[in-house]
Design a protein around this ligand. Structure first.
Ligand code: HEC
Ligand code: HEC
Length: 475
């Protein structure tokens, strides 16, 4: 990295914030059959390691290895039957065609929060990508800086401390969350998996025990009832907990596999000497690692960079006025990591997301949303924000009565889409106030001095991070 690393990207943190390789996740998850403890495994690489089951060295069709557990995970990930109303799967909010994030351009263009299995019930945040998520280390404090590193979710609340893989612990939450798949009891997940079209794969991977659980006769009815608890014997309840972990580890194996996390972008091909960056893309990469300071938090070095240091920052992102949580409560502010640690210093901080597949979409016009609340709708807007957050005046500054949020945003207009109430255009003439004013990073973000051409070059570079690049045929 060309820049002085910030504390939680230090060498020590790098080693700890290191990737848990695809192969390791899968091997460890498989090993759980016989060894029920994954916690405490050492992490000793700064990028995804090579190894059996790791992504192929050459760009090409992703290998489907390791077939069994990842295949099972993929079936679970795509199974709409694993929701209260049998209408929502993980894939409903994490679609491959959108880089494993939300697939509805209409939603992305507005509040950016997906509806759950129950009509009219919404969460509060934009789905981040489910790809490359298994590489996050268990949430921990960097011993040097004391900064939080790792975990899954924008606020790191799926720590990974119990299963050793943050993404596996993460996978259990949406299945039971009222705002998402909304199944009332983990027993419903196990029951429906063991009665699915892929039950035989489950049995082959995890054995017969799940099939011996004595579910009550009315389980089908109970599992369609929000808030229900499935009555089970103490022994069966314990077995359900073990099987629920198996479901989670299967999903993590899929997410870690070369299907979801293939390292097959043009950037990866370029790293391997199999593709050439255009002059603009190469300029964008140099800026990304230099003047624009992106790599401070989204490191790009090493063989398989993940474009996140798994640290937490408050970028000073404005609130998304169309967020259902804000519409329901005008005082809503997302506390981020601070909501988990309850430390004032963590308020407004969100986990640095991977930038892999940040532009991946099925067609150029399909809108994607960016940041924890999806307030930005294009990469151009994101980069312009990083460049000018502290340069442009505050929207609504002329009318401090509105708290500086900007009249346009108060009316539900996203940045860039209209005037801020006094003829000023959001994101062009002014930026709204941060959603959370505390702890805003002013060292690396806000006034980068980039020209419009430089902003465009960075966007061109970000577009090289979409998986599925096929190198032009060699002569
Ligand atoms: C209704 C939409 C929805 C469904 C269904 C859903 N997710 Fe998510 N997912 C989200 C949202 C929103 C977040 C961010 C929530 C937060 O941070 O509080 C998220 C976060 C994640 C993350 C964290 C990524 C990271 O880097 O921290 C992973 C991984 C993930 N989901 C995988 C899954 C899996 C696996 C399933 C199915 C078991 C699933 N999701 C179902 C919306 C959804
Ligand atoms: C100080 C650390 C830091 C720096 C420097 C930084 N980022 Fe980020 N980036 C983050 C964090 C944290 C988020 C999530 C913030 C949020 O959601 O509130 C983020 C989010 C993003 C997103 C949205 C991704 C998504 O899935 O929603 C993009 C794109 C992005 N950054 C690109 C860049 C680029 C390009 C640069 C350089 C111009 C850069 N970042 C510099 C920390 C940083």
């Amino acid at each position: 990295m060309l820049l002085p690393a910030r504390p939680n990207a230090s060498a020590a943190a790098g080693a700890r914030a290191a990737a848990l390789g695809a192969a390791r996740v899968v091997a460890l998850a498989a090993a759980l059959v016989t060894a029920p403890a994954l916690a405490g495994c050492a992490r000793d690489a700064t990028t995804a390691p090579e190894g059996p089951g790791a992504p192929p060295a050459a760009v090409g069709p992703p290998r489907t290895a390791p077939p069994d557990l990842a295949e099972l995970g993929s079936r679970i990930f795509d199974d709409r039957g694993l929701s209260l109303n049998r209408n929502q799967a993980c894939a409903s909010c994490h679609d491959a065609a959108y880089g494993f994030t939300a697939p509805l351009p209409g939603v992305n263009a507005g509040g950016a929060v997906m509806e759950g299995s129950i009509a009219g019930v919404f969460g509060k945040r934009k789905p981040p990508s489910a790809a490359y998520a298994t590489f996050a280390p268990v949430l921990h404090r960097d011993p040097g800086s004391g900064d939080w590193v790792g975990g899954a979710f924008w606020d790191g609340r799926a720590t990974g401390a119990r299963l050793g893989i943050a993404a596996a612990e993460q996978a259990q939450e949406p299945l039971l969350a009222h705002t998402e798949q909304a199944l009332p009891d983990a027993a419903c997940v196990v029951y429906r998996v063991t009665h699915s079209t892929y039950a035989s794969i489950y049995e082959a991977e995890w054995g017969r025990d799940a099939f011996d659980i004595a579910f009550p006769a009315d389980i089908d009815r109970l599992c369609q009832q929000p808030g229900a608890t499935v009555p089970l014997s103490g022994r069966d309840r314990e077995q359900v907990a073990r099987e629920f972990d198996h479901v989670a580890l299967s999903i993590a194996a899929y997410e870690a596999s070369a299907i979801v996390s293939p390292f097959s972008s043009k950037f990866d091909a370029w790293k391997r000497g199999l593709a050439t960056l255009t002059p603009e893309e190469a300029r964008g990469l140099a800026l990304f690692e230099g003047k624009a300071r992106c790599a401070v938090c989204h490191p790009s070095g090493g063989d398989r960079p993940l474009f996140t240091d798994f640290g937490y920052d408050n970028n000073g992102v404005p609130a998304n006025p169309a967020n259902p949580a804000l519409l329901a409560d005008p005082t809503y502010r997302d506390p981020g990591l601070g909501g988990i640690t309850h430390a004032p210093d963590d308020l407004g901080r969100h986990k640095v997301p991977t930038l892999r597949n940040v532009d991946r979409r099925p067609s150029p016009g399909a809108v994607k949303a960016y940041m924890h609340n999806g307030v930005f709708k294009s990469l151009e807007e994101v980069v312009h924000f990083y460049n000018t957050r502290d340069v442009l005046p505050r929207c609504g500054a002329a009318a401090p009565a509105d708290g500086g949020t900007g009249a346009a945003l108060a009316r539900g207009l996203p940045p860039g889409s209209g005037d801020a109430g006094n003829g000023a255009r959001v994101g062009i003439d002014c930026w709204p106030a941060p959603e959370v004013p505390e702890n805003v990073n002013r060292t690396d973000i806000g006034n980068l001095g980039l020209t419009p051409e430089e902003e465009a070059a960075i966007v061109a570079f970000l577009k090289t991070l979409s998986d599925g690049y096929s190198a032009p045929r060699q002569p």
